[in-house]
Design a protein around this ligand. Structure first.
Ligand SMILES: Cc1cc2nc3c(=O)[nH]c(=O)nc-3n(C[C@H](O)[C@H](O)[C@H](O)COP(=O)(O)OP(=O)(O)OC[C@H]3O[C@@H](n4cnc5c(N)ncnc54)[C@H](O)[C@@H]3O)c2cc1C
Length: 384
């Protein structure tokens, strides 16, 4: 059996990003096999993220905005974004772009196959896909399903349904996406609408919840219809496409390296930011670090500086506040975004200094966060 240097299990966002960074590194000649069950020829999702300057996928961005709006109780307006730009990348453009890059490398094979098993062996990472065996020095696995039922963790879901709409009247401001609009019934929950405008008549309008219970299709649609009729002067409109998704918002401790030859990446590797669900830019950052490390040391590990681990604690505390409804979510997000221009984006990117974080914490309601912190620390240290 041929032994590859690397097998990438799952050619979605993380798998293809890894392959892309490998082709741009000293490891570009390694033998690589990508196993993916889908054709990846549909726009199955869109990614939004903020970033300073030009990123690796700048030429294929679908939209890029230098401001964003927010609607919450007591605050309506633009958010200070400093040098950050809010960017939108369509899945199909990303898959096509990476595919074109990979075809220039005869050492990279792609197979459409369903993976049945991934296991570590003394010889390397072993994969069975469509009943065929494959072996590699390392298997990078983005297909592993996280288990989100441990009671010691906070396990929220970010779930949403979005409509790509085309309206009769010009009603969107193409220069201003709305990243959170809380003018929707909260039902003691965290519910908001997200509007990404492409021009005056076309936008993606998405109804999003952070909680533990998925809704029926009708419930999402009712909220979308209601929002459009109440807040946007659309005239008649057509729904040209639909996007749905569920993203884990969990502080479950994931093992990025479950065994010697297997490394989990992407959502499977716990790359999703627990308190926001944003995954795209963290994946890019983490995978660049991983590839750099392999090139330098031969070891596929990502070192997380000890001090950076404080952000995981902040995430748990935030999830605890949300999960236990310790403060109304619409008011909470309004305080965070409205009172921390620019800083909030740096904080969510985990790029703040400790004094910066203290400044942000002073804008938060003290009691709910104190209670949450005590509970989180007790769970982490006392309940062990
Ligand atoms: C609709 C949607 C919108 C999102 N929007 C954003 C956003 O705006 N910003 C953001 O930061 N994050 C967003 N996310 C979250 C996250 O960025 C995406 O889920 C992202 O695609 C995760 O990358 P991944 O590689 O971990 O998983 P995926 O991209 O899902 O890749 C996993 C791949 O593995 C394949 N696979 C799975 N099982 C098997 C198997 N047994 N055999 C073979 N192949 C298999 C799948 O087909 C898939 O292609 C969104 C998620 C969804 C679902």
């Amino acid at each position: 059996m041929k032994k590859y240097d690397f097998i990438i299990a799952g050619g979605g966002m993380a798998g293809l990003s890894l392959a892309y960074y490998l082709t741009r590194s000293l490891l570009r000649d390694r033998s690589i096999l990508i196993l993916e069950r889908d054709q990846k020829n549909r726009n199955d999702r869109t990614w939004c993220f903020w970033e300073k300057g030009a990123g690796p996928f700048e030429p294929i961005l679908f939209q890029c905005w230098d401001t964003a709006a927010f609607y919450g109780p007591g605050y309506t307006g633009r958010l200070g974004m400093g040098d950050y730009r809010y960017k939108m990348l369509r899945g199909i453009d990303f898959y096509t772009f990476v595919e074109q890059q990979l075809t220039q490398f005869p050492n990279i094979e792609r197979k459409q196959a369903t993976i049945n098993r991934i296991k570590d062996t003394p010889q390397g990472g072993f994969v069975i896909a469509d009943d065929e065996p494959y072996l590699a020095d390392y298997v990078f696995d983005s297909t592993y399903q996280l288990t989100l039922d441990q009671p010691e963790n906070h396990n929220l879901l970010q779930h949403f349904k979005g409509w790509f709409v085309e309206t009769e009247r010009p009603c969107f401001d193409p220069a201003v996406p709305i990243i959170m609009d809380f003018r929707t019934d909260q039902h003691d929950d965290c519910r908001f609408v997200y509007v990404l405008p492409f021009d005056e008549n076309r936008a993606l309008v998405e109804f999003t919840l952070f909680n533990q219970r998925l809704l029926s299709s009708d419930e999402y649609e009712y909220a979308l219809r209601h929002y459009l009729s109440q807040h946007i002067d659309t005239g008649a409109y057509q729904i040209t496409d639909v996007e749905t998704g569920v993203i884990p918002m969990s502080d479950v401790t994931t093992t990025e390296t479950p065994s010697e030859h297997i490394i989990r990446i992407g959502t499977a590797g716990g790359y999703t930011k627990p308190s926001t669900g944003y995954t795209f830019s963290r994946t890019q950052r983490y995978l660049r670090e991983l590839v750099d490390n392999i090139a330098k040391t031969g070891k596929p590990v990502r070192r997380v500086p000890w001090l950076k681990r404080r952000f995981a604690l902040y995430d748990s505390i935030f999830l605890n506040v949300l999960e236990n409804n310790r403060y109304p979510a619409d008011a909470l997000f309004t305080r965070i975004y409205a009172r921390n221009p620019v800083r909030v984006f740096r904080f969510l990117d985990e790029d703040t200094t400790f004094p910066d974080e203290l400044r942000l914490f002073t804008t938060m309601p003290t009691r709910p966060f104190l209670v949450a912190m005590i509970q989180v620390l007790r769970r982490k240290f006392v309940a062990r």
